[in-house]
Design a protein around this ligand. Structure first.
Ligand code: NDP
Length: 509
């Protein structure tokens, strides 16, 4: 199957994208396909195969063959290929940015900034593979005990639509560095860049079958993959309910599960923050990615003494956001991903009004001539929100935020902890001692001080509470893609005979 290009950009025309099994581009055995929609226009721009259980069987079998080769390669050989992949991905960045903009509707300036970082994950984990040192444990006596880190085998990576390439990369780079083969099930809504990545990896020298992509619905392809007996670990990013469901499957099979799940991050703004900075911080946390990010600052907690001033300036800045075509360099916010997501946003705005929250701005779909057909929604702010309201508690995953007041540090911490989620938060104050104290009191896996939504391949990322299990990034993530074997070597020259009546002192544990 050839891949059609338009204006030098891949994935930019009405074309059929194959999936990737055993190094071959392939259609679904059933021949069925799924339309991929451009959320900025509401039009389908390509199709992908609708895989089901037979296709998943083929992908897992191919991955097992790939693992037989890749799992035996040395860390140096693997690192060399990953470094090459980083360079090739960098060289093809404009194509990936264009495809990501088209399938997610996120503004080009946003995707360019985000994707520019992705090659770092491959080079970082190449370095980890090269430099990882096994431990020798203090076993004592005449025994030497060392730990070996072994790859797991074939790993299932199930990914969402909001950051399709970045989230896949966060899982893939450590999984490959550690010697695993993978089968990826991307979101049916944004599967194009995960398929394109296969070309980069093949050109970098990754053996056939190590990277496989099955496209299709969560309920069919996703379910077949996560239930497959050939899978040695499941790593999923998605909603909390999907995570619970898939974690239970992993639990039954006693295989490891990592889940980066839902969030409802708080942004805590103290009274000593400059109003302009507070507005810039809350604006970014609220509306980057049209609020469709797991660490969206959906709960803006502002000290009562500056609450009105911050809300007024945030509202002015929000009203000035340029919402429009994501391909336009000037656009600051694009559409939401789908009609379902639009319906969810509309539902929660209605709930917020019913609950008695004050709609300060937004609260409506945008549909003028320029935006006709796209899933655009105005950036929306609710004030006078109380923590028990559903709009303060449930993940909306769209351009809707709640503003609440607090009077002191204790109340700020208590409000920030007053949700079932625990993925991320940010604390804003020039008083670092106070900000650190508050950050350490918040039950969230990631807390930024005087910043929001910063990431690095070395920096552990993952939630507490209903936001998930396990960590992406860093050495802790690499280790999560391995199993440890403990080798205990007895170096004593004297023979050991437990049952001999020789009067010697014996020890067996
Ligand atoms: P979903 O939970 O709907 O889907 C995530 C992935 O799981 C998709 O590939 C989906 O396939 C698949 N899936 C769905 N049902 C099943 C099933 N029964 N068995 C196996 N796979 C299944 O999430 P979204 O794609 O809507 O992404 C948004 C969610 O992701 C939000 O809750 C957000 O907070 C969370 N997220 C968390 C992050 C974190 O770092 N903690 C980062 C980014 C997002 P399909 O799409 O085809 O249905």
């Amino acid at each position: 199957m050839t891949m059609k290009r338009e204006d030098g950009l891949m994935a930019s025309d009405n074309t059929d994208w194959p999936m990737l099994i055993g190094g071959r581009q392939t259609a679904a055995l059933s021949g069925k396909t799924i339309d991929v929609i451009n959320p900025a226009t509401g039009n389908a721009f390509c199709t992908v195969p609708a895989a089901d259980a037979d296709d998943v069987d083929a992908a897992v079998a191919a991955a097992q063959k790939g693992f037989a080769v890749w799992g035996k390669m040395s860390p140096l050989e693997r690192a060399t290929i990953l470094n090459k992949a980083a360079d090739l991905l960098q060289a093809r960045m404009p194509e990936f940015v264009a495809a990501e903009v088209r399938q997610t509707g996120r503004p080009v300036r946003e995707m360019r900034a985000q994707l520019a970082r992705t090659p770092e994950w491959y080079s970082y984990f190449a370095a980890v593979a090269r430099t990882y040192e096994s431990k020798v444990h203090p076993f004592g006596g005449a025994h030497i005990n060392y730990g070996r880190r072994l790859p797991l085998g074939v790993v299932a990576l199930v990914t969402p639509w909001n950051h399709p390439l970045l989230i896949l990369t966060k899982k893939l780079a450590p999984a490959l560095a550690a010697g695993n083969a993978v089968v990826v099930k991307p979101s049916e809504v944004a599967p194009v860049t995960p398929i394109m990545l296969g070309e980069v990896l093949a050109e970098a020298g990754l053996p056939d079958g190590v990277y496989n992509v099955v496209t299709g619905l969560g309920a069919t392809a996703g379910a077949a993959l996560t239930n497959h007996p050939g899978i040695a670990k499941i790593d999923l990013t998605g909603g909390t309910e999907t995570g619970r469901h898939v974690a239970a499957i992993a639990g039954k099979r006693l295989i490891p599960f990592a889940g980066e799940l839902g969030g409802k991050a708080s942004v805590v703004v103290f009274e000593d923050v400059d109003i302009e900075q507070a507005a810039a911080a809350t604006l970014f946390a609220s509306f980057v990615a049209a609020g469709q990010t797991c660490v969206q600052g959906a709960r803006l907690l502002v000290h009562e003494s500056i609450h009105d001033a911050v809300l007024a300036r945030l509202t002015e800045r929000t009203n000035a956001l340029r919402v429009g075509a994501p391909t336009d360099e000037a656009t600051q916010m694009g559409p939401v991903i789908s009609t379902q997501q639009l319906a969810t946003v509309e539902k929660y705005v209605a709930i917020g009004k019913d609950e008695g929250a004050r709609l300060v701005t937004g609260g409506e779909r945008l549909g003028d001539a320029e935006r006709e057909g796209g899933y655009f929604y105005a950036p929306t702010i609710f004030a006078d929100v109380t923590n028990d309201m559903r709009i303060a508690q449930e993940e909306i995953f769209g351009p809707v935020v709640c503003v609440m007041k607090f009077k002191d540090e204790a109340e700020a911490v208590s409000l920030a902890n007053g949700t079932a989620f625990g993925l991320a938060a940010s604390v804003w104050s020039p008083n670092i001692a106070k900000a650190k104290r508050v950050a350490e009191g918040i039950e969230a896996g990631i807390v930024w001080i005087n910043d929001h939504h910063r990431i690095d391949p070395s920096s552990p990322w993952g939630g507490f509470k209903d936001s998930g299990l396990g960590k992406e990034n860093g050495i802790v993530c690499y280790e999560g893609y391995t199993r440890m074997q403990s080798i205990v070597v007895n170096t004593a020259e004297e023979p050991f005979d437990w049952f001999a009546d020789d009067g010697k002192q014996k020890r067996y544990s």
